[in-house]
Design a protein around this ligand. Structure first.
Ligand code: DGL
Length: 266
């Protein structure tokens, strides 16, 4: 039987954060063609006003779906998913979307102290979606929402330039650490796909050890389940394609993307 190609898996983020999901997906789904899209012209999403960002995402996906005909779309961005996943599904009903949302349920199941922190962008922290997840799954925990102004930017810098100031990381994560009635925070949910790239620095600068919950592997597993239902696909020879909305990738960014198997298309 001939192989039917139904298009690539499209991974989407505002910047390099989605690469933390791609890294896991490459292990589980090595055989599929990928496209990586970074809406870097609009980075950081965390500070956008909700209506404006929702409008931008719905419009942008019209052109991305037309251009790449993806078999599957992975929104590898909590800030975009918690805001617009329902709108995207409604606007493009023929398209399958995998979203990325804060891992509040597993954190609530795993905590022993009952003190959990969710480290995210200011946008994700403000979302009703995030509040609903806490109401549904973490009613018996004390959940602290920490909206970080700078961590996504620090992660970008680290991945582009290979350098991050530890003191800056320490300051951003400090509000996650709570002591109450002799108990301490024991879980921090990394609710932004940029953050796993800084987790070693976070471990180093944390006031005490905690479990850092990273959803990248779970998202890749979800993509694996959905991809299993697709017709067999032929992976192209050579690198996969990355597309940046700025159209101006730096040499460092090109190098970084090439390390993840992508060549930049403009
Ligand atoms: N990587 C994105 C997330 O998972 C957000 C970074 C940003 O654009 O602020 O939330």
């Amino acid at each position: 039987m001939d192989e039917v190609s139904t298009g690539p898996i499209l991974f989407f983020d505002s910047g390099i954060g989605g690469l933390s999901v791609v890294k896991e997906a490459r292990i589980l789904l090595p055989q599929l063609p990928y496209v990586y899209v970074a809406d870097d012209a609009a980075f950081p999403y965390g500070v956008w006003e909700e209506e404006a960002l929702r409008g931008r995402l719905v419009e942008l996906f019209g052109s991305l779906i037309e251009r790449f005909s993806p078999a599957l779309v992975v929104i590898a961005c909590n800030t975009a998913s918690t805001l617009a996943i329902a709108d995207l599904r409604a606007a493009y009903p023929g398209q399958t979307f995998v979203g990325t949302v804060p891992a509040i349920k597993p954190a609530a199941e795993r905590t022993r102290s009952g003190l959990v922190s969710v480290l995210a962008t200011p946008g994700t922290v403000r979302r009703q979606y995030t509040r609903d997840l806490i109401g549904q799954h973490a009613g018996r925990c004390h959940v602290r929402l920490v909206g970080s102004e700078n961590l996504a930017r620090l992660a970008e810098r680290y991945m582009h330039e290979g350098f991050v100031e530890e003191e800056a990381v320490r300051e951003e994560i400090a509000p996650c650490f709570v002591e109450r009635d002799g108990a301490r925070t024991d879980i921090v949910v990394l609710a932004c796909t940029h953050y796993p790239f800084l987790v070693n620095r976070m471990r180093k600068t944390a006031p005490w050890p905690v479990d850092w919950i990273d959803t990248s592997e779970a998202i890749a597993r979800r993509a694996l389940t959905l991809a299993a239902a697709l017709p067999p696909q032929a992976r192209r020879e050579g690198p996969d394609v990355a597309f940046l909305t700025s159209g101006r990738p730096s040499a460092n960014l090109r190098r970084l993307l090439s390390g993840f198997g992508f060549s930049v298309e403009t």
